[in-house]
Design a protein around this ligand. Sequence first.
Ligand code: HGY
Ligand code: MN
Ligand code: MN
Length: 405
Amino acid sequence: MINEKRLMTDLEELAEFGRDDSGGITRRSFSREETSARKWFEERLRDAGMQTRVDAAGNIIGRFGKQGPAVAGGSHIDTIRNGGKYDGSLGILAALESVRCIQERGTALANPLEVIAFADEEERFFGFFGSYAMTGVVTANEIEEACDESGIRLSDAMKEYGLDYRRVSEAKRDRSAIKAFVELHIEQGPLLYNQGVPIGVVNGVDADYRFGVSFRGRRDHAGFPMSNRRDAFAAMCSVVQTMDHYRKEIGGNNTRLTVGDVRVVPGIENVVPDQAYCSMDFRDERRLVLQRIESALKDTAEKVTRQSGVTVHVEPILRINDVPFDKEVCDTIREAARDLGIAYRDMQSGAGHDAQVMGQHIPAAMIFVPNTDGRSHCPEEHVSKQHIFLGASVLCRTMERLARA
Ligand code: HGY
Ligand code: MN
Ligand code: MN
């Protein structure tokens, strides 16, 4: 049985690393706060009788058992700025608790168990950095180019943490090294919460295409005539509005657009801005929709450049395709829930996850639990104790079923 008290204590302790003034968690990848959390987590893995190592990308891997393809559980240890205390944390701590629990039950295992805490899932530098590196698709050149918003280089942050970015390819693991990867996560949407269903069996994750759009116009006095301005912010509004139109036209209501990062220069009330920047994050189950939206964005940028005298530049930030999860691993999750008499429903994930990256190479799937009002990526993020317990129990049973002799 999952030890609820032990798991809750772990969640509370981990939430102390990076707790910020507004009650949220700011534990960004390779920061001082995250480094302390990593040390704490490695100790918890060792306390649970696991051998630990940190791979060349900074992923923490705890292992219990003999040779052979591992049954792995986990998620990420970093958070966004001012995030919640369950996104990522629940997945790594429930996987740790599952390993303790399976040991205590004395289940005979055919496969070793692993707990993986992935590095930089939340895109301080890269987005899904640890899982991309583990699947062998990150190059040293890409790391050289990766910076956070204040210009700090990923290569330097890795160095400070004791990693040499040039060795990143050593983080790659063969398909045969992992039998299955299962990630427990909060839903980050309202479906399970509104329907009162405790477990989501995630059949796949939506595609996510992100762009940085930069605008360069001309700085003028606020008294300057409207007709002759080259206003970077006005051009940005026009692009955002046009893209919201294309979002509906190409994808429909289910396609989502988030403009989450907006900057205007010089940012003075009586100056026409000459520079602007916005991010655009598009999500849909169908990558084809996002590919068509990307073309529409490029065409729109060209058109606005021609018509407004403001130069619009589109830079892709992330292109991660929709991933269907492994049928057998999903079946095992359903069997685990049935074993325990816990209600579940199948669903799709609108949020991105390391399992989505891992799932392109190895059998993977996810278990969701409801979070209050579906709120996430904010300090209000909350999960009931009961749902934490049910989610961890299903994860434990799933890992046990996949690994047992
Ligand atoms: O943005 C995402 O979907 C994830 O939380 N990184
Ligand atoms: Mn997140
Ligand atoms: Mn997450």
